[in-house]
Design a protein around this ligand. Structure first.
Ligand SMILES: [Zn+2]
Length: 105
């Protein structure tokens, strides 16, 4: 089993089986490598967050923009006025949903 040890600016692994130190590099190298790795992870997280929030906003906006779905043809419309106009012109023979009757087109 190897035990990573930092001695001053040297990085070594202490081999518990043979009781010897194995030189693995300079501490500053590892610190730099670690820092690089951390910043890469940060960047990746940032990108994911941006992607997530963007997708969320677009979805929410699309949902908010299209709240009325035609009960006959499933067309989505942003407001009851449009819905009523659509219903009157596209489905004059169908009975209008009750919530549209009172809407002034
Ligand atoms: Zn329709």
């Amino acid at each position: 089993m190897l035990l990573p040890v930092q001695s001053g600016f040297l990085l070594v692994n202490f081999d518990l089986k043979t009781n010897i130190f194995i030189y693995t590099g300079l501490a500053s190298d590892m610190a730099r490598g670690h820092q690089k790795f951390q910043s890469q992870q940060k960047n990746a997280k940032k990108q994911a967050d941006i992607k997530k929030s963007k997708g969320h906003d677009q979805k929410a906006a699309a949902k908010a923009a299209l709240v009325y779905t035609c009960t006959v043809c499933r067309t989505q419309m942003p407001d009851p006025k449009t819905f009523k106009q659509h219903f009157e012109s596209k489905h004059p023979k169908s009975s209008m949903p009750p919530e549209l009757v009172s809407v002034e087109a």
